[in-house]
Design a protein around this ligand. Structure first.
Ligand code: FAD
Length: 546
């Protein structure tokens, strides 16, 4: 069984530890920023407490487009250093966790040979700068080859396509893998533990107070330095240190909508131009294709679940008719959707589409280190810089960064996901589609998942009972929503198990966690309401057309 475990059964012991020990760092926020900082810090010898107010990755870090970007976009900005570092970073994430950085083709359709050549010139420069080699180099498709590779593309309008590499991840599992690695190296990591105040001694932050959302227990966590990595909530946490902290962020809402692949049979990942001169992606993942994303200013309160409106989905569907051959999906065909908030560092006067995705690290009046902005892709360099600022601010001495970091949990295999899926299906007798899905979430740890339960969670869906056990015993899942949305991810990518998976997941969690009937019912009702709210835009659209 895996060494890197966050077991929900250990909750009371972790709370005891949080109260008993004094840590070098208290990290607020269990998204990719906090998880990356916690892992980097423990690998460099620091003791770490990480507190997350809801579930791990329940904020922006489970709602992204799930791409480890290679940095092509930075070429247009002329930022050569950033192009290079992002391309190298992509390779490094692939080395650490090949199951969470799958190389895939991104196809850019071209109307003419001249347009194709222009795009290729840019790509060639980018690949040289970024040290892109081998299978990752771009190629072009036309004629029969294009018909084979992307049959849905309207070849009368787009007779050419350029295919370059991007890496597809599962954002929530990337967060979990980093947190589990940090825990394996000694970090005390807890979800449903919201920080309610900053403890101050002699004018300096000396820890935090947190409240356990499961038991109501209050704990004081002592730490030499406090890091605020609360994503879209970063300003609220800043106000715990300094009530008059000036606004920092411009929140932007990004929506994705999911269709069954038989209603939108895209094979690769496609770039589609929008009317307002942006690009969106159509991304194939197993049996579904998702479209995303929108990028609109969000003025609402910083809720966990920003609303998905019919106009968001209409915007994402609009370009399809310009690129793809009919029949095209309608709003009513959507089987899932998600919305996230980008915590962009505000640049007054600029709309969200023009705001740079850079991050900002600042030290507050009591010494709290705040990280704002950033991307999933650059989480390791961001974590390193934040940690170094924290070490300076608190006088901590850190070990030098390792020359070659150890792989993340599940990442110790040769990177061939198809071969790993085939091997696991062969060894264990589970269905091939199930193994293929599993290895893209758990990598080499898929074998541990299957050992916990190889029976299907429900007939006709490629999900195993062992996934629920693994989620609770090794990935800190405490609620049904955690499992459905951020562990097995049926709420996003497995429509066959989206609604039907709720009861069996609740039954298995009740057995593992000793829930009574009332708790089980609350869990079921809560997650069903959530799943329905995600697709409420379909009713809105139906009402309008009635
Ligand atoms: P979050 O993931 O939001 O984590 C912050 C955490 O802090 C939350 O879990 C929250 O519950 C917790 N918290 C808040 N208050 C408290 C408190 N008081 N106590 C304890 N915990 C607290 N990047 C890419 O590289 N590739 C992409 O393809 C990509 N696509 C994107 C698409 C969309 C639609 C969006 C919105 C973003 C995308 N990004 C992408 C950007 C990327 O997802 C984010 O930059 C990143 O996930 C932010 O992570 P974070 O940890 O800073 O914030």
């Amino acid at each position: 069984m895996p060494e890197a475990s966050l077991s929900t059964l250990d909750r009371a012991a972790v709370l005891d530890r949080l109260e008993r020990e004094r840590f070098d760092l208290a990290v607020i926020g269990g998204g990719i920023s906090g998880a990356g900082i916690a892992r980097e810090a423990t690998l460099r010898g620091a003791s770490v407490a990480l507190l997350e107010s809801a579930d791990f990755a329940s904020g922006t870090s489970s709602r992204s487009s799930k791409l480890i970007h290679g940095g092509l976009r930075y070429l247009a900005l002329g930022d050569v250093a950033l192009v290079r570092s992002t391309a190298l970073e992509r390779k490094e994430i692939h080395r650490l966790a090949p199951h969470l950085a799958e190389p895939r083709f991104m196809l850019v359709p071209a109307r003419s040979r001249a347009a194709l050549l222009k795009f290729r010139a840019g790509l060639t420069a980018y690949e040289k700068l970024g040290g892109v080699t081998g299978d990752d180099l771009h190629r072009t498709f036309t004629g029969d080859e294009l018909a084979r590779e992307e049959p849905l593309l309207d070849r009368r309008r787009f007779p050419f396509a350029c295919a370059y590499r991007e890496y597809l991840t599962d954002d929530a599992h990337l967060v979990l893998a980093n947190l589990r690695h940090a825990a394996e190296h000694g970090a005390a990591v807890l979800n449903y533990a919201g920080v309610t105040s900053i403890e101050v001694e002699g004018g300096r932050a000396a820890g935090v107070s947190a409240r356990c959302g499961e038991t109501g227990r209050e704990v004081r966590v002592r730490a030499r330095c406090v890091i605020n990595a609360a994503g879209p909530w970063v300003e609220a946490v800043q106000r715990l240190e300094r009530p008059d902290a000036p606004p920092l962020l411009h929140l932007s809402k990004g929506v994705h909508v999911v269709f069954p692949a038989d209603r939108l049979p895209v094979r690769h990942m496609l770039v589609l131009g929008t009317d307002d001169r942006r690009s969106i992606f159509a991304i194939r993942r197993g049996g579904v294709v998702y479209l995303g994303t929108t990028d609109t200013s969000y003025a609402g309160s910083c809720r966990e679940w920003p609303e998905i409106e019919e106009r968001d989905v209409a915007y994402l569907l609009d370009p399809l008719s310009r690129y793809l051959a009919p029949p095209l999906p309608a709003i009513s065909d959507a089987v899932a959707a998600w919305a996230g908030l980008r915590p962009l560092v505000a640049q007054p006067g600029k709309p969200p589409t023009e705001i740079s995705r850079r991050d900002e690290i600042a030290v507050g009046p009591r010494g709290v280190v705040t990280l704002a902005g950033g991307k999933l892709t650059g989480y390791r360099p961001t974590a390193r810089r934040t940690l170094e600022v924290a070490a300076d601010a608190a006088g901590l001495s850190l070990a030098a960064p390792a020359e070659e970091e150890p792989p993340l949990p599940g990442g110790d295999f040769d990177g061939n996901l198809d071969a790993l899926g085939a091997a696991i299906a062969g060894e264990t007798g589970i269905a091939r589609d199930c193994a293929d899905r599993l290895v893209r979430l758990h990598g080499s740890e898929s074998r541990d998942v299957v050992k916990l339960g190889s029976a299907p969670l429900l007939p006709g869906a490629p999900v195993l009972t062992g996934e629920v056990d693994f989620a609770v015993l090794h990935e800190g899942a405490a609620r049904v929503e955690d499992v459905i949305y951020r562990r097995i991810r049926s709420a996003l990518y497995v429509p066959e198990a989206r609604d039907r998976g709720v009861l069996p997941v609740a039954a298995r969690m009740a057995a593992l966690l000793g829930w009574d009937a009332a708790r089980r019912l609350r869990e079921i009702d809560g997650v069903r309401a959530r799943l329905a709210a995600d697709l409420a835009f379909r009713d809105e659209a139906a009402e309008e057309s009635a």
